[in-house]
Write a protein that binds this ligand. Structure first.
Ligand code: PEP
Ligand code: MG
Length: 937
């Protein structure tokens, strides 16, 4: 016969059925209560009803498995025995609490009922037992308030009108009682007054709910259990799960536990504490407590709690007595428990405790939430103390926590109180606040006048780049994660939100208008402002890490770039990871930044970026001249003029990366992007080329394409204009020869973009060979080693990777274009429909943000496999925006790439994500010996 399922797990009196690693079944709370019992820590006895019961309950028309009743009765008998009391007994009554506990913490999202078992029959016994009638009547009124609200109203699906809920009505009665008797606070009410109040409560419950308050302990217990399971599908819990990505079918467990009371007099107390400081990470026991109080009083903030110990008293709490001073022996015991829990869990714990008449009880332990600063400090210090390995240290810090330390951010406290205007895509990290401007020129002008500005555009194009550089932050209504604005901003580490589609950005009228919701996915509507219009000069604030826009000027906080703990932490990550980490950098300044953040090379130099921004006027003019050239001779002449600029730019970048590889990509974008729009620039060009303005316009029009992303770009330019490729290749090879002659270690890798057949590579290789020979002879060299490779960004290139590798010495996956062409989604226009795809769950995530492992990932896996079948040592990397996304980095690790390449400011995150992927592997492989060699790159 099959063994029946175990639905109820007992804990207490030195015995527990569960363990810490049973969170899926017992929830975090239940599993850790059981674990504390194993650790011989005093825990009031109780039992946990498993998450499987919750799942069963919802799958079977809200009914319990038939074995449950008996299992609960048996466990309850165990609790009675352990505590020496009986549930519902008139002489020695046992009271219990009933609390939810999912496997992932969902703080405050589900229900709790305390003091269950207090009835007219058990009240006299409780009074005799405690000798404290006031305490008992107070406990009874708390039960009535909580139970009628949670069980009789909410769980029963009653939705009262605003202000008419049973809890509010009972609170009114209590306020009236206080007013009538001149009591200032709840604690001023006498036992008699509370007893009368309980009578009034009973009447009110019957009147409002239409049912009497249950006076049977068993009925109370089962009502509370049902309400906890019901609260899994309460509105709060559902929306929390949506935001945090917690699956609906996990269900919650319910823990029923003997009550202990911190409000039984001056020798009783309650508190919450963290084994280390959760804000700073400092290794000091940190917490708050209240004498003669119940747990909810500490959390609810009705009374100001006292500091736990002398060491953590602050300026405001100097005058308050600590637990260390008031109850030294209990504090000592608590410190011993703190040490035991930290040693056991090897992580910072968040604990709750109650002292009942001098006896300490632990009610909860769980891994404590922490800030980014605290996460890194704790990981490093625990690693130094050999409490954890470097793999565990790497796994302890989330990429978002690390990101907090790398950018100026909006002050989280201010942000919590602020109302959001809209939500867009988190394109560039950190926080920024400034005055709204609508043109790139204004962004520059206002900044020069010393004003902080946020550049608001419907979308951006390369001509906005000066303004984007000047602005403190960038906001666009259109565009996706790989749109121009996003790419450029991320490259600079600049705060940027794109695709905030709910905003109407009118550059003409100079207004940004947020209509009344709904505003796209994922944002809590309560935190949304109503319809609002901002005008030029109004303050606006951006959280670029989360994509949230706020009206007004929110305060910001600065990061500490030289933080030694950060350096030590990332050093540990480097020892764990196997993936190399490079940066996408386009000029010497970005290259230096990348190096400072720990990049081991450059995975992508977008050469065309030298034609944007500061100091680019002359090269841009010459590029335009080259583009509008009609004959090869004209073009060659323009190339010759352009050559010194290109060479000096490349030389500077190679020099900045001395000793590290630099992948330089040949010109990629469709040429029409560089054609001047303004008449003055067009006229200047016409003069320089000796043609008419009309001619310039005609030639520019001829470059127009219906589908430029699939048009004349990438290697196709090099095929039709070999002199353009030749000029760039010469610049790369001569810059290398010059640097090497000067004793520098320049390591270039020439990368050919947008290829779809090996024949394109072969075509370009003829040029490379020719130029190489000429450079060797010019510099009197015998050899000049460098790699030639290709981007894989067209599905056909991935499919024919076996052939591509015949000519390519390395592959770099350009996942921006590979996603664009794999899905057939325009990377610049997805803002129009992506929110619908996400809301309707047609796609789980924006594929331009996080790699689509199923489809695009399959092209990558196939490309690597086929490429390495032809050329076993083929070096493989990624240089699309996904190279900085942690989930995508984990994929790259699994796909056995050599390196990822991302924006310089993202390099630390990539080092961490690569270490986490390797640590996960190591965890799965603990049985096997040896560490796999670093693939590097
Ligand atoms: C890519 O397509 O992934 C890539 C890196 O190139 P770009 O974004 O410049 O097209
Ligand atoms: Mg590309």
């Amino acid at each position: 016969m099959a063994k029946t399922k175990k639905y109820v797990y007992f804990f207490g009196a030195g015995r527990a059925d569960g363990r810490a690693d049973m969170k899926e079944l017992l929830g975090g709370k239940g599993a850790n209560l059981a674990e504390m019992v194993h650790l011989k820590i005093p825990v009031p006895a109780g039992f946990t009803i498993t998450t499987e019961v919750c799942t069963y309950y919802y799958q079977n028309g809200r009914k319990y498995p038939k074995e449950l009743k008996a299992a609960v009765a048996k466990a309850l008998a165990g609790v009675e025995k352990a505590m020496g009391k009986r549930f519902g007994d008139a002489a020695q009554p046992l009271l219990v609490s009933c609390r939810s506990g999912a496997r992932a913490s969902m703080p405050g999202m589900m229900e709790t009922v305390l003091n269950i078992g207090l009835t007219t029959a058990t009240i006299p016994g409780m009074i005799r037992l405690t000798g404290n009638p006031r305490f008992v009547w107070d406990a009874y009124r708390r039960l009535m308030m909580m139970y009628s609200d949670v069980v009789m109203e909410k769980a029963a699906g009653i939705e009262p009108a605003e202000g008419k809920g049973i809890r509010t009505q009972l609170e009114h009665l209590m306020d009236e009682m206080k007013r009538a008797s001149g009591a200032k606070s709840d604690t001023d009410l006498s036992a008699k007054q509370l007893e009368i109040l309980c009578g009034q409560f009973r009447e009110k419950v019957r009147e409002v709910i239409g049912k009497p308050f249950p006076e049977d302990a068993q009925e109370q217990l089962w009502g509370a259990i049902g309400a906890v399971f019901q609260s899994w599908n309460g509105r709060r819990a559902i929306s929390y799960r949506r935001i945090e990505g917690i699956p609906d079918d996990w269900g919650t467990a319910t823990s029923v536990q003997a009550m202990v009371f911190g409000n039984m007099g001056s020798d009783s107390a309650t508190g919450v504490a963290f084994t280390r400081n959760p804000a700073t990470g400092e290794n000091k026991f940190f917490g708050e407590w209240l004498a003669n109080a119940q747990g909810e009083d500490v959390v609810a903030g009705i009374r100001t709690p006292n500091p736990l110990n002398i060491a953590t008293k602050g300026e405001q709490t100097q005058h308050l007595k600590s637990l260390e001073e008031v109850m030294p022996p209990v504090y000592k015991q608590l410190v011993a428990i703190r040490n035991k829990l930290e040693r056991h869990y090897r992580d910072m714990q968040d604990i709750e405790f109650t002292i009942e008449r001098g006896k300490l009880w632990m009610l909860q332990t769980r891994t404590g939430k922490r800030t980014g600063t605290a996460a890194i400090r704790m990981a490093v210090e625990m690693m130094r103390d050999r409490l954890i390995t470097k793999e565990t240290a790497a796994a302890r810090v989330t990429p978002a926590q690390l990101d907090e330390l790398l950018h100026r951010i909006l002050d989280p406290k201010a942000e919590q109180k602020a109302q959001a205007l809209a939500k867009g895509l988190p394109a560039g990290p950190g926080g920024a606040t400034g005055r709204v401007v609508f043109t790139a020129a204004d962004a520059v002008a206002w900044t020069e006048r010393g004003q902080a500005v946020i550049l608001c555009r419907k979308e951006t194009n390369p001509e906005d780049v000066e303004g984007m550089r000047a602005a403190g932050g960038i906001l666009t209504a259109l565009g996706g994660m790989t749109s121009h604005a996003a790419l450029v901003a991320r490259g600079w580490g600049k705060c940027c939100i794109v695709g905030a589609g709910a905003l109407a950005i009118d550059a003409h009228a100079k207004t940004v208008t947020a209509p009344t919701g709904p505003y796209g996915s994922g944002l809590n509507k309560d935190r949304m402002a109503g319809s609002k219009t901002l005008r030029e000069g109004d303050w606006i604030s951006l959280n670029g890490s989360r994509g949230i826009v706020y009206a007004g000027q929110l305060p910001t906080v600065d990061p500490d770039p030289e933080n030694p703990l950060l350096v030590e932490f990332l050093g540990a990550c480097d020892k764990v990871r196997r993936l190399g980490v490079r940066a996408n950098a386009d000029n010497p300044r970005d290259a230096a930044t990348a190096r400072r953040f720990g990049a081991e090379g450059i995975g992508l130099v977008r050469t065309e970026h030298m034609f944007y921004g500061e100091g680019a006027d002359q090269p841009l003019f010459l590029l335009r001249k080259m583009i509008l050239s009609k004959t090869p001779e004209e073009r060659r002449a323009a190339c010759d003029e352009l050559y010194p600029y290109v060479k000096s730019d490349i030389r500077g970048t190679l020099e900045a990366m001395d000793g590290l590889p630099v992948t330089i990509r040949l010109l990629d974008p469709p040429l029409h992007e560089f054609v001047p729009q303004g008449e003055d620039k067009q006229r200047e060009l016409a003069e320089s080329l000796g043609i008419t303005l009309q001619d310039v316009r005609r030639r520019a029009e001829a470059l127009h394409e219906s589908n430029p992303m699939m048009g004349h770009r990438g290697v196709r330019l090099g095929v039709t204009y070999p002199e353009v490729s030749e000029m760039q290749i010469r610049a790369i090879l001569e810059a290398t020869a010059e640097l090497r002659a000067a004793g520098k270690r320049a390591i270039p890798e020439i990368m050919i973009p947008v290829t779809c057949t090996v024949n394109e590579l072969k075509d370009q290789q003829v040029i490379i060979e020719k130029v190489k020979k000429e450079v060797l002879s010019k510099f009197g060299l015998k050899k000049l080693d460098f790699l030639v490779g290709t981007m894989i960004e067209i599905p056909r290139a991935a499919l024919t990777a076996g052939r591509m590798a015949e000519a390519a010495e390395f592959f770099s996956f350009g996942t921006n274009d590979l996603t664009q062409m794999g899905f057939g989604f325009s990377r610049d226009d997805i803002g129009a429909f992506m929110p619908d795809y996400l809301n309707k769950k047609i796609l789980a995530a924006d594929p331009f943000q996080t790699l689509d492992q199923e489809g695009v990932g399959e092209l990558i896996r196939m490309g690597i496999e086929r490429g390495r079948a032809t050329r076993p040592g083929l070096k493989v990397g990624i240089c699309g925006e996904h190279g900085g996304d942690p989930a995508s980095i984990a994929f790259c690790h699994k796909a056995a790439m050599n390196y990822v390449s991302c924006s310089p400011f993202r390099v630390p995150i990539a080092r961490l994500a690569a270490a986490q992927a390797a640590a996960k592997d190591a965890g799965a492989r603990t049985a096997k010996k040896g560490t796999p060699r670093k693939r590097g790159g």
